[in-house]
Structure formats: structure tokens, C-alpha cells
Design a protein around this ligand. Structure first.
Ligand SMILES: *[C@@H]1O[C@H](CO)[C@@H](O)[C@H](O)[C@H]1NC(C)=O
Ligand SMILES: *[C@@H]1O[C@H](CO)[C@@H](O)[C@H](O)[C@H]1NC(C)=O
Ligand SMILES: *[C@@H]1O[C@H](CO)[C@@H](O)[C@H](O)[C@H]1NC(C)=O
Ligand SMILES: *[C@@H]1O[C@H](CO)[C@@H](O)[C@H](O)[C@H]1NC(C)=O
Length: 627
């Protein structure tokens, strides 16, 4: 009896296994749109054991920041466990997350990623899809013509970089165009015909009203389909139809309305968001009238940031219209409110450019990269924080300068200024409000003596005050100081990045847009801290509280954060410094920037192709079906 049962069981198992391909075939014929549920990544072996960073030594207290550090470890380990080791797994994860087949050329891209030793986790590319999806709502012919008609672009024809008669031969910031062009060179043989118009200004340029983008995103959603592999097309359409003579220029209807930038920002925010409900501030408004007094929705216990994505989002922070130069008066505003293809190195979360690694990260200038040295061992560093920079952020003027983020940052970390304010000195701190910072827990001896405490560890100052209008001395040299801010700021000597690496703490705040030192800071042996409203290509691969310390754009949490690290949590700061450096050296390499750009350009090429609904990589599926 037992033997018979065993034989039956074996028969049953064989029969079941044999029917799988048949079932698979039937299911997939019958339900092409639910294909993803049949071939989901969960059913595919990932090929190799996972290497997850070992858990940290147990953080030994109940401080909220210690909890955030532990949570960051756990989230990061979960994310890294999804690493793609094989093309089939990478393609399956793509289908699972994006609801489409990967674009043609995905196999070559993945192969290049592997031969470059890149760590590929599909979530690291979420930004690409966020940026590209609205373009599925626009006719591809229109997109091609727009891209062809813009004067500053990288153009690919027949596998080579092409230059046309109508291209601007000498654009402002030509160095940026050239650095990007060099990056594209690295992937050239694998690219179809393309026009890649790039933003050469500091500030982002495309800000489409929320409702228009929502319509486009809805179109993208309904156009998603996992069509049967035999319907797939891999051949991309050439650009011969847009290379007309004479070419048709495209004019995006640029707007310069610098004093009212917030109005454009708020229209790009969701209808029920706090930003949508407020008008731009009058420049004369005192800071006390805009500074928020309580914690934000994206803060947890103790008022520390729990969601850095939200902490970057001006839609959730109406007070930023009076606390960040971008919204008060940017240096330049050349903005369009209709969608067209445009690539930029950084942008506000609501801008509609396609993000690429900024050109400055591709530059070897030590001013940005910090050079090849990344700092000495932790134990040899000063228990202190350092920041040097210019008073950029926009056009700071006599009547508005106290609304600019860098002015606030330098004042809030200046012990003398804070002492004056704590001592009740009227008008001593026009850029900040201590009430908000006082709602944080800072250990008692520091809290009552903030100024002297800051003097012990803070070394912060401007090396240029960027007044507007600019003034010059009798020899015609630009004046570095500024009459209206001179009572509050003293010019200090600049400190090259290698010298800054002698300090344990390196905070980074926005200038006219993102800060190009960020990658250098991450790669250093010091502990980087970040407050920003600017999104960058690498955001999805960096984990706050693990690779860097996030702080709020109001800076009201900075004292409490420094109190934590300086008072008994040196080991935690060291760990963030080391984790950040180790991770940055693996995923922020030039190769990683090249692979990100390549992946984006494959998506971009598809969305611009008249055949886009049939373009897809299905090589992995065809092989599966034949075995
Ligand atoms: C960790 O916590 C325990 C119990 O609270 C304490 O006895 C010990 O001294 C702490 N260790 C460190 C390194 O702080
Ligand atoms: C401050 O610390 C005390 C005791 O550690 C705690 O009970 C309180 O909730 C903290 N307050 C804030 C705002 O974090
Ligand atoms: C952070 O907020 C964003 C936007 O609201 C959300 O999509 C994301 O899931 C949140 N992340 C975490 C870790 O909660
Ligand atoms: C710090 O603040 C004091 C008081 O406002 C000011 O005189 C001084 O110039 C400031 N120092 C720097 C480096 O800006």
C-alpha cells in the first residue's frame, strides 16, 4: 500500500511539473495583461546568496535618533536583499514595478552594469520612472520635434555624437554640456538616435501645473501593458524625419517672474497641499512671521526627520516661501509651464525635468570633488563642524536677505549671534527664531548657554557675501563684503575640502540650487549632514540616518542633532561617516552615473519613438518559453 501511494505521489508530482509550461502558456495567452502575476520576480531564483550589511551593534539607549539609525539599517538591509544578480531577475523586477517590459537594450545595459561591478536594485531607478512617466501622455512625434528644436543638446545619430548648424556653438556654461557629452560617449554604441536637450543654468526650468501632469500620468497608467513577447519590437525609429532642413526651432515660452516664483511652485503642488493655499510673502515680512513653531508631519519622536523625501518637498512646507532663496528671489528664472523634454542635474521635487547626474559631479575640479584624498581616520578629526561657502541662494538684497537659507544657517551656527539673541539683543538674529529650536530637547547646560556651546564646536562662515546689485571697488574688483549684511557677517578665509575633512561634521545646504560638494562629502571619512529642497539622481540609493544625517530646511533641529552626536554618540557619528563613505564608493562612482544615464536614455528613446507601445526587451521570456 505504502509503495503504491509513493508511486502515485511521484506520478502526481511529475504530472504537475509537466503541466506547468502548458498552464503557463495558456494563462499567458488568455490573460496577457496579468502576465506579471505569472512571471513575477518572486518565482525566479535570484542566482546568488544575498550579502546584506550585518546589523549594527545594538544602539544602547532610547534616544529617538538611535531608533532612527536602527530603522535605517533594517530598511536598507531589506532593500539590498532585492539586489538583481541576473538579467532574468532584473527584467522580472522591472516588470513587477513598472508594469511594462524593459526597454530594448536592457540586456546590454545589465551586462555593462555587471561588468562594472555595479550594485543594481530596481528601486534605485524609481526616479527615472517618476520623471519619464508624464511623457507617455504626449505624442512622441511632438516630443522629438521639441528635442530637435532646442539649441543646447547632445545629439546622437547613427551611434555617433552629431553637431548641427543650428546648434549654439558657444553656449553659456559650455563646460557643462561638454562634461555630459563625454558621459554619453561612454555608452554611445548602445544608443539609438536621440536629442538630449540639457539645462545649462543652475536653476531648474520646467514647472508644469499639477493638474496637467496628473492627466499625463493617468495616460501613462492606462498605456501600460505586458504584451506577449512575439508582439515585441526591438528596432528603434531613426530621426531622419525630424532632421529637416531648415530645422524647426522650438521655443518653450520661457517666463521670467522672479519675484513671484512661489506662484508657479504652488500651482505644481497637489490641490490640497499646504503650499497651494498661500500667497508669496512680501519681502519685508519679518522671519518670526514665517518661521514654523511646531514639528512637521514628516518628523517623528523628538522632532527628527523620519521621511526625508517629504522633508525635501516645498508643497508640504509653505513657510519655505520665506525661508529659501529659490522661492524669495532666485538668481535667474527662465521657466516654462508646459511639458517638453529637458535634462537637468538637480530640480525641486515638483519640477518636470529628467534628472541626470549633475555635470559638476563629472568634473575633476577639487573645489567640488575634494580631489583624490578623502580625509584621515576618525579619531584624528576635530570634534567639530565646519562650513564655508558663498552667500548664494538667489539675489539677496537689502530688503530681503534675512529670508535666504545660507544666511540663516551661518547665523544659527554663529555662537556670538546666538548669544546676542539669547541675551535679548533686539534685531541681533533677523534670520531665525529660537522658539522653534527651543522646543527640541538639548541637554540642559547647552540649552541655557547655546552661544558658548556653539563656539566650542562650530566653525562656520561666508567667504563672499554675494550682494545684489553687485558692487566693485575703484580698481574694478568685485566687492566680497556687503554693506547691508556687514553688521551680521564677517568674511572668513576659505578652507579647501581636504582641510574640511579634518572636522568630524560636514553639513551641506542648498545654494542657487543643489550643492555640488555633496558627493565629495559622502565620499569623505567625515560625517555628512544634509538639508535640501533639491532632488538629485542618487536620492533613491542613499539612506538617511545610515549614509548621512538629515536635518530640516528650517534648521530648527540642528542643535538637538549636534547635542546627540557630540554628547555620548561619537560612535554613531563615526558609523554614519564610514557607512556613507563605503556605500558612496560603491554606488556613486562615475560608472554608476554612466549606468543611470544610460538606463534613463533607454526609457527616453522609447517614449520618443512612434512605435513606443510595441518596444520592449523580452529576450529573457523567449528563452524561458523554449526550455
Ligand atoms: C548600555 O546599557 C546598559 C544598561 O542600561 C549599561 O549598563 C551600559 O553601561 C551601557 N553601555 C554603554 C557602552 O553605554
Ligand atoms: C525630551 O526628553 C524627555 C525625557 O527624555 C522626554 O520625555 C520628552 O518627550 C522629550 N521631548 C521632546 C520634544 O522630544
Ligand atoms: C515618504 O513619503 C513619500 C511621499 O509621501 C512616500 O511615498 C514614501 O513611502 C515615504 N517613505 C517612507 C519610508 O515612509
Ligand atoms: C557672528 O555674529 C556676530 C554678531 O552678529 C558678528 O559680529 C560676526 O561677524 C559673525 N561672525 C561670522 C563669522 O559671520
Amino acid at each position: 500500500m505504502v509503495l503504491v501511494a509513493k508511486a502515485r505521489l511521484r506520478y502526481l508530482v511529475i504530472a504537475c511539473v509537466a503541466t506547468i509550461p502548458v498552464l503557463y502558456f495558456l494563462l499567458y495567452q488568455a490573460l496577457p495583461d496579468t502576465f506579471s502575476s505569472v512571471v513575477s520576480s518572486h518565482s525566479l531564483p535570484n542566482g546568488r546568496p544575498q550579502h546584506v550589511t550585518p546589523p549594527p551593534a545594538k544602539v544602547n539607549d532610547s534616544h529617538p535618533i538611535s531608533g532612527l539609525i536602527e530603522d535605517a539599517y533594517a530598511s536598507f538591509s531589506r532593500l539590498l536583499a532585492k539586489r538583481s544578480w541576473s538579467l532574468a531577475y532584473a527584467a522580472a523586477r522591472y516588470r513587477e514595478l513598472r508594469g511594462r517590459h524593459p526597454p530594448p537594450g536592457f540586456d546590454q545595459w545589465f551586462e555593462a552594469a555587471q561588468s562594472n561591478g555595479a550594485i543594481i536594485v530596481e528601486e534605485f531607478f524609481d526616479r527615472i520612472h517618476h520623471d519619464i512617466n508624464p511623457f507617455w501622455g504626449v505624442n512622441p512625434d511632438k516630443l522629438r520635434r521639441q528635442a530637435r528644436g532646442l539649441p543646447h543638446a547632445i545629439r546622437v545619430r547613427n551611434g555617433k555624437i552629431a553637431h548641427f548648424k543650428d546648434d549654439d556653438p558657444d553656449p553659456p556654461r559650455k563646460d557643462r554640456l561638454e562634461l555630459w557629452e563625454k558621459l554619453v560617449q561612454d555608452m554611445l554604441p548602445h544608443l539609438p538616435d536621440l536629442d538630449i536637450p540639457v539645462n545649462l543654468l543652475d536653476e531648474p526650468r520646467v514647472l508644469v501645473p499639477w493638474e496637467d501632469i496628473a492627466r499625463n500620468i493617468a495616460k501613462e497608467r492606462t498605456s501600460r501593458r505586458l504584451f506577449p513577447p512575439n508582439e515585441a519590437v526591438a528596432e528603434r525609429t531613426s530621426f531622419s524625419d525630424v532632421d529637416t532642413d531648415p530645422p524647426q526651432p522650438f521655443e518653450p515660452e520661457w517666463i521670467d517672474d522672479r519675484h513671484k516664483y512661489w506662484n508657479y511652485v504652488s500651482r505644481a503642488c497637489p490641490p490640497n497641499s499646504p503650499a497651494r493655499k498661500v500667497q508669496p510673502i512680501e519681502a519685508s515680512t519679518p522671519i518670526d512671521d514665517v518661521f514654523p513653531t511646531g514639528p512637521m508631519s514628516y518628523m517623528g519622536d523628538g522632532g527628527f526627520i523620519t521621511n526625508f523625501t517629504q522633508a525635501q518637498d516645498p508643497c508640504l512646507q509653505p513657510h519655505l516661501r520665506g525661508m529659501h532663496g529659490t522661492f524669495v528671489e532666485p538668481f535667474s528664472m527662465v521657466t516654462a509651464t508646459k511639458l517638453f523634454p529637458f535634462f537637468s542635474g538637480s530640480k525641486l521635487p515638483i519640477n518636470n525635468e529628467l534628472l541626470i547626474p549633475d555635470a559638476m559631479y563629472l568634473s575633476s575640479e577639487t573645489r567640488y570633488s575634494g580631489g583624490t584624498k578623502h580625509g584621515g581616520p576618525w579619531a584624528e578629526k576635530k570634534d567639530a563642524l565646519v562650513w564655508r561657502g558663498t552667500a548664494s541662494g538667489g539675489r539677496n538684497q537689502e530688503g530681503n536677505w534675512w529670508h535666504y537659507q545660507r544666511h540663516r544657517f551661518v547665523q544659527m551656527l554663529n555662537g556670538s549671534a546666538v548669544s546676542l539673541v539669547q541675551g535679548g539683543g533686539p534685531g541681533a538674529g533677523p534670520t531665525f527664531n529660537l522658539k522653534a529650536a527651543n522646543s527640541y530637547n538639548v541637554s540642559a547646560p547647552h540649552e541655557s548657554q547655546l552661544g558658548p556651546w556653539l563656539n566650542k564646536w562650530s566653525d562656520v562662515g561666508f567667504n563672499r557675501l554675494d550682494c545684489w546689485p553687485e558692487s566693485h571697488d575703484w580698481l574694478g574688483r568685485l566687492r566680497l563684503n556687503c554693506p547691508y549684511t556687514d553688521p551680521f557677517f564677517k568674511l572668513v578665509g576659505s578652507k579647501p575640502m581636504v582641510e574640511q575633512y579634518n572636522y568630524k561634521f560636514l553639513p551641506d545646504v542648498d545654494g542657487n540650487s543643489f550643492s555640488a560638494r555633496w558627493r565629495g562629502f559622502l565620499l569623505s571619512t567625515s560625517c555628512p549632514l544634509k538639508a535640501t529642497v533639491y532632488a538629485e539622481w542618487h536620492d533613491d540609493r542613499l539612506m538617511p540616518w545610515l549614509h548621512f544625517v538629515p536635518f530640516d530646511n528650517t534648521f530648527m533641529d540642528i542643535y538637538a542633532i549636534m547635542d546627540y552626536f557630540l554628547d555620548g554618540h561619537d560612535a554613531e557619528a563615526q558609523r554614519i561617516a564610514e557607512e556613507g563613505q563605503d556605500w558612496a564608493s560603491k554606488v556613486l562612482r562615475r560608472e554608476d552615473m554612466m549606468l543611470y544615464m544610460w538606463r534613463l536614455l533607454l526609457e527616453y528613446a522609447r517614449v520618443l519613438d512612434p512605435q513606443r507601445d510595441r518596444l520592449g526587451f523580452v529576450g529573457d521570456l523567449a528563452t524561458d518559453a523554449s526550455t
